[in-house]
Design a protein around this ligand. Structure first.
Ligand SMILES: *Cc1c(COP(=O)(O)O)cnc(C)c1O
Length: 227
């Protein structure tokens, strides 16, 4: 547990350094702690170190954790692939969804979100590299999907997300992220609440920050390897 607190402190220091190095404004990069496949004890340790945003990929595991922490003010982000039969539970239990890649899923989430609760914050997931990642909408179809998601009453379109293929060096990582950042900049004026560029994980967060990420999703560098 001491390790998790140390990891978060080290990561936060690194974030602030990278913001300066790449001329990003201070605290412009938020940290989402990806707690999938880690136990509730690890979430407690991260929370005690100041983390309030947690990312999960597997619905049943996530629902158990959300239930466990129901008395605490944590923000839960769904970041994994979504099947139609999962949308109801996601709409009812999460604050954010980063992995919208087709209209049908967005429409179900909006229909199943209680209109009396806050709107569900969503990002549209873009496919950046065909070979390794089958999820995400094609870049050429991103604008049409964003337009239709933005029109749904119980969703709030917050931005774009991508999970690029693992690349070995900073320059090639930056080139890939740049494609997403350019699309984000192009679309941003169209949508009132568009403020989130969800890109960067443990192994490519420097490249993501260099290219303008506003939210990095970090698992391993906080919690260690997953079981
Ligand atoms: C697992 C996962 C992460 C975290 O990956 P790490 O390499 O452990 O930092 C981030 N984003 C998504 C969508 C994930 O599935």
């Amino acid at each position: 547990m001491i390790t998790i607190a140390k990891n978060i402190e080290r990561l936060s220091d690194r974030l602030r350094l990278l913001e300066r190095q790449y001329e990003r404004s201070s605290a412009s990069v938020k940290l989402l702690a990806v707690s999938k496949r880690h136990p509730v004890e690890s979430i407690i340790a991260a929370h005690e170190a100041g983390i309030v945003d947690f990312g999960e990929n597997y619905l049943q595991e996530a629902l158990d954790k959300i239930q466990h922490f129901s008395s605490m003010q944590l923000n839960w982000h769904f970041i994994g692939p979504i099947q139609s039969n999962k949308t109801k539970a996601i709409a009812e239990n999460f604050h954010w969804v980063h992995s919208i890649d087709r209209f049908k899923i967005a429409q179900r989430l909006s229909d199943q979100r209680e209109s009396s609760t806050a709107k569900l914050n969503v990002c549209v997931q873009i496919k950046l590299s065909d070979e390794t990642n089958k999820f995400g909408v094609e870049l050429s179809k991103a604008e049409a999907l964003c337009d239709s998601v933005d029109a749904l009453p119980n969703l709030k379109l917050r931005g774009l997300m991508a999970i690029p293929a693992a690349l070995p060096d900073l320059e090639s990582q930056r080139r890939t992220f740049r494609v997403l950042a350019q699309e984000y900049a192009r679309l941003k004026p169209r949508y009132a609440q568009f403020d989130t560029l969800s890109m960067g994980m443990s192994n490519d967060l420097e490249a993501a920050i260099a290219e303008g990420s506003t939210l990095i999703r970090v698992g391993t560098a906080i919690f260690g390897p997953r079981s």
